[in-house]
Design a protein around this ligand. Sequence first.
Ligand code: XMP
Length: 513
Amino acid sequence: MNQEKVIVLDFGGQYNQLIARRVRECSVYCEVHPHYLSVDKIREMSPKGIILTGGPNSAYLEDSPSCSREIFELGVPVLGICYGSQVMAHLLGGSVKTAPVSEFGKTDVKVDTASELFEGVQEHTVCWMSHTDYIEKTPAGFQVTGQTPSCPVAAMECPQRGLYAVQFHPEVMHTVQGQTMLLNFVHHICGCSGDWKMDSFVEKTIQEIREKIGNGKVLCALSGGVDSSVAAVMLAKAVGKQLTCVFVDHGLLRKNEGDEVEAVFGPDGPYDLHFIRVNAQERFYARLKGVTEPEQKRKIIGEEFIRVFEEEAKKIGAVDYLVQGTIYPDVIESGLGKSATIKSHHNVGGLPDCVDFKEIVEPLRLLFKDEVRQAGRELGIPENLVSRQPFPGPGLGIRIIGEVTQEKVRIVQDADAIYREEIAAAGLAGEISQYFAALTNMRSVGVMGDGRTYDYAVALRAVTTTDFMTAECAQIPFEVLQKVMNRVVNEVKGVNRVVYDLTSKPPGTIEFE
Ligand code: XMP
């Protein structure tokens, strides 16, 4: 795709994806790459601008993440943010030190409004700071364009070389005029025309897919989640009946989910594609019988999924292309892939080995999650599908602690449906990142209608998070929780106790297994 782009080099800060998001809000396409991306690769991409992100390290330490000094000689404007500003100062001969006074949170800053970066910004403005080091001395040729009482170089620049740096975070909303600064950088300093739009992206991608695939046969594993649904609809619009979607119902979906997916993608839905629903519930339950260990459950579900998918693919015969709903954060995660394995995660089991195909098509690999949803809306996919919460590949299999049985699936499906209904009724759905019911393997004594019960406890989970790597327990009003508890114990047979999980991540994880 030959579009104007700005690239973000990631030094490990928390707001890196947000920077890319904000640049896209300026209608400029933006990608995040690791800080060690080679200068040759950068040249190949011909970006209109480069942004260096924040990060937790000290730029002057030898083993801290850095980038090549050559980046500043490419003739491409560079904006350093927080740690990125210190990397710029350090590499170009300025000095970075531990600040006598650290700054965290909202801070008054005075900026030089004659700077192109601060055009339209108030001279005295509020910005978001989060630093313990600071630029003590600017590199030769740079001038200071922003200060706070504790930070003598809150912004610096060398406009002749297109180099700009801010100690604060323009990407977070607490920096009240941060978006103006980013807009100034990408439009005025980098000279981007700002012609990137989601609907043009959708149209262009469909056109490109059509040209690429020609008369080829395409296969898609549809999970009913947002990513694979949006990818499937794009393909359906591009090549219609050349696409076959295989939807494996493993019996571990949320209540009515299988039917909802079929209503959209099946023969009565709006799309002209081949849809195969495989009702494989019994197979999965049989393989999960007696298995209690979480990783083993995940592996079994992943393997069985692939087996079912392959069987169906073989019936279809040789396919030319396999569609994957990979989105940008997946690309980045697998690209860096350095963190310890806490759980064998994400897409169920990976790619099947023996499906015979020529190439993989990933129409969403440039998009972030909320942009995928936006693309889904552009494509006319129903809102209940587009705004669906993340749902793990192993499904309810990892929300039932211990052995999975059909009866336990019924309990957790019913409890979860009530929980979701009440959250929606209380108008809280948009405020919580992920919420669901899980079934503990604890049974306890209760009393109902003068009789003794000995039933299961359902755990309610709700978290707020931006990246799903860390999360806080959501503060749901007590009355809402109480209502859910009442309905679950009254309406779901086999449950006599409801608990609310207060644990953050870390130390907990979002899912229970
Ligand atoms: P955890 O439990 O690791 O979850 O805090 C973080 C996010 O990832 C989702 N998740 C999965 N997604 N396959 C997936 O596709 C999996 O095996 C899986 N396990 C967890 C989880 O729902 C949350 O959004």
